[in-house]
Design a binder for this molecule. Structure first.
Ligand code: ADP
Ligand code: MG
Length: 280
């Protein structure tokens, strides 16, 4: 466990309290689960996912249990084909498991019908993709508030300003994606993911299309969203450098959790990956 000073913890408590209050005022909904460090925002039990039948069956996930604690950055790593994307898609309600259950923010998503699931994803989940996925015809500002526009919600002005300032895009708001660098586009995508204050933000290889310097800026931003806003982040990555900013690193192999560690150095992550890639 990482040691947390009292003041840091207090600050995190205060931040999440303020944000929970803002969110309640903002959405007019009451939250049935309390927010705060230590709570599991995502819980998965006995997850399995198979593809195909008979001799051709592929076990992409085998009996995976995982809890994702609020206000932490969790990296999911593992060799190619180990089940990272499958796990992320199932945790985010984009795919259904063959067996097992997932809940997000107290709602069991594996039982929801498509319409409710779509609504839950919109309200509770933010996504950042390798390929930015911005709408080319919209300005940076319009892209950032798009999730709210789609939900017919208005942006809370102070939150919107805080997010735009955090990603450093104040003077790029009227630019369209084609007029922005890759790093700037990904910062728009981070802002778009944060604007709804999602219960959990999923990032799938967020630095995969960026050079190391701009990739580093995006990683700093994800780290700050956790430290300053109490955001919960799950990041799938191949990159030991990216995973070294995480509070926790989960390694998959052959559809199982092979190792689950608090904060690791880049070198320790490299060594672990090397060992996992040795066939048994
Ligand atoms: N749609 C699919 N149909 C068949 N097999 C699949 C499908 N998606 C993934 N798989 C298989 O499931 C396993 C895990 O895949 P995946 O979750 O994409 O791994 P990773 O993201 O770690 O590379 C792999 O063996 C892959 O070939
Ligand atoms: Mg993958």
């Amino acid at each position: 466990m990482r040691t947390t000073t009292i003041s840091e913890r207090e600050r995190l408590d205060q931040t999440s309290e303020t944000l929970a209050r803002l969110e309640r005022e903002f959405t007019g909904e009451s939250l049935f689960t309390e927010r705060g460090p230590g709570r599991a925002v995502v819980m998965a039990r006995g997850l399995s996912r198979t593809y195909g039948k008979g001799d051709a069956t592929v076990h992409a996930l085998r009996d995976v249990d995982i809890d994702i604690t609020e206000g932490r950055l969790t990296a999911i790593m593992g060799p190619s084909g180990s089940g990272k994307s499958t796990l992320m898609h199932i945790l985010a309600g984009l795919d259904q498991p063959t067996g097992g259950r997932v809940s997000i923010d107290g709602v069991e998503i594996t039982r929801l019908k498509e319409k409710k699931l779509t609504q839950l994803r919109r309200d509770k989940i933010g996504f950042i993709f390798q390929s930015f996925n911005l709408l080319a015809t919209l300005t940076a500002d319009e892209n950032i508030v798009l999730p709210l526009s789609l939900a017919r919600r208005r942006a809370d002005e102070s939150w919107r300003r805080a997010v735009i300032e955090a990603v450093g895009l104040q003077d790029r708001l009227t630019h369209r994606p084609a007029e922005l660098s890759g790093g700037q586009q990904q910062r728009v995508a981070v802002a778009r993911a944060l604007i709804t204050r999602p219960a959990v933000l999923f990032a799938d290889e967020p630095t995969g299309n960026l050079d190391s310097r701009t990739g580093g800026e995006v990683l700093d931003l994800l780290r700050r969203s956790v430290d300053e806003f109490g955001q919960t982040v799950i990041m799938v990555t191949h990159d030991a450098n990216a995973a070294s900013i995480a509070d926790r690193v989960v390694f998959l192999k052959d559809g199982r959790i092979e190792l689950d560690e608090d904060r690791m150095t880049r070198d320790a992550i490299y060594d672990t990956i090397k060992n996992l890639e040795v066939p048994r």
